[in-house]
Design a protein around this ligand. Structure first.
Ligand code: NAD
Ligand code: WQD
Length: 343
């Protein structure tokens, strides 16, 4: 049987590398496109430790439509292109306020080039990495896909909204396209083997990488940003999803696109469970039998008080739901940090 190729832009990154593993396990042939602007070629060795072979890689910048077109032609020579998963983007909210132009150029530019190359080559199925950030400060949680898309609070958030719009407009045009817009909540953890995980470059801004580095003694104590919020314990609430559950959702999305009439649908990907920062710290300590050094500090500007997903639409349509617990995610995050600390 002809190989079923899934092209994974940004496949050397955090979520992309875990998705490459999940695609391989599901019988697909993942092919990575990455320029290593926020990842290292060594991730391919980690993937090979898990799946027994290095995935094929095209090292290029997704902003170049001609390079993308050439890469897609090369992928089509490997097998039938079942779909494309577009992770490649810059993702740091704070940095995006310092360098908005870079974010517009990379995130929106890459998506436009990709759509152009897909159109030229007649490739139709697209899975796009979106974010719960498109909902801004929602009035209430759980948030479903009908919640309003509020004005973006950062250039990064704006790029996700703009790309969703670009994909939806392309779907509504004469272009032959079918797309899933996957709105991730807070991905955490690592592959159970600790062969791959998240590689935060520089000072981590997200909770879990900071927490694990502080616990490993690589940073000062974790500052919990605010304990005077209107929640039970005063700390903010989020929906933390194990990265391997998230990875499996991408496989489900590709299968759904392959077996359904063309459409363009948004899906929330989360556990449906809101957890406070204090609950996450307690769960980490319980899962790993280690104390987290932390102190309460002032609120962080722009933080949403509480946001968690209603992921029923993904469950109903994609037949997907989370299988791994917060404790498992925190155990895997710590295992990965310990491996990084030894390296
Ligand atoms: P990541 O930075 O680890 O991975 C992104 C990968 O894309 C990197 O390997 C980087 O080198 C590559 N890349 C960036 N620009 C490129 C370009 N122009 N050409 C080729 N390669 C390029 O990020 P991640 O956490 O894996 O996130 C993946 C996607 O998911 C992003 O689109 C991000 O916005 C989105 N997302 C992430 C989170 C999160 O918390 N991690 C949450 C919601 C959405
Ligand atoms: C989680 C909670 C912090 C660090 C971001 C992006 C969002 C999406 C997911 C991409 C919050 C608290 C954190 C620390 C803390 N990414 N915290 N001390 O802000 O929910 O979302 O990642 O699309 O767009 O904004 O994630 O991990 O930064 O914070 O107390 O040192 O942990 O206040 O309540 P966030 P996060």
């Amino acid at each position: 049987m002809e190989k079923q190729v899934v092209v994974v832009t940004g496949g050397a990154g955090y979520i992309g590398s875990h998705t490459v593993v999940a695609l391989h396990l599901a019988g697909y042939t993942p092919v990575i496109i990455d320029n290593f602007s926020n990842s290292k070629p060594d991730v391919l060795k980690g993937i090979a430790e898990i799946i027994g072979e290095k995935p094929q890689l095209f090292e290029l910048d997704c902003r170049s439509k001609s390079d993308m077109q050439q890469a897609l032609e090369n992928c089509a020579a490997i097998g039938e292109i079942a779909g494309i998963i577009h992770f490649a983007a810059y993702k740091a909210v704070g940095e995006s306020t310092e360098k908005p132009l870079d974010y517009f150029e990379n995130n929106i530019g890459s998506t436009a080039s990709l759509l152009g190359a897909m159109s030229e080559l007649g490739v139709s199925n697209l899975v796009f990495s979106s974010s719960c950030t498109v909902y801004g400060q929602p009035e209430e949680s759980p948030v479903d896909e009908l919640a309003p898309i509020l004005p973006a609070e950062s250039p990064y958030g704006y790029t996700k909204q703009a790309c969703e719009r670009l994909i939806t407009d392309s779907f509504n045009s004469s272009m032959s396209l079918s797309a899933c817009l996957l709105r991730y909540f807070n991905p955490i953890g690592a592959h159970q083997s600790a062969a791959i995980g998240e590689l935060p470059i520089g000072h981590p801004n997200n909770l879990i990488p900071y927490l694990t580095q502080a616990t490993a003694g690589l940073r000062g104590p974790l500052t919990v940003f605010g304990n005077d919020y209107p929640t039970d314990d005063g700390t903010c609430i989020r929906d933390y999803i194990h990265v391997m559950d998230l990875a499996r959702a991408h496989v489900a999305a590709i299968k759904w696109l392959q077996s359904n009439e063309p459409s363009c649908e948004a899906f929330n990907l989360g556990t449906g469970q809101g957890k406070s920062v204090s609950e996450v710290i307690a769960a980490f300590e319980k899962a790993n039998g280690i104390s987290v050094p932390y102190a309460f500090g002032p609120r962080r500007a722009g933080d949403v008080v509480s946001i968690f997903a209603n992921a029923e639409k993904a469950h109903q349509n994609l037949g997907w739901k989370c299988e791994l617990s917060l404790e498992e995610a925190l155990r895997d995050a710590w295992k990965w940090q310990q491996k990084l600390s030894k390296a």
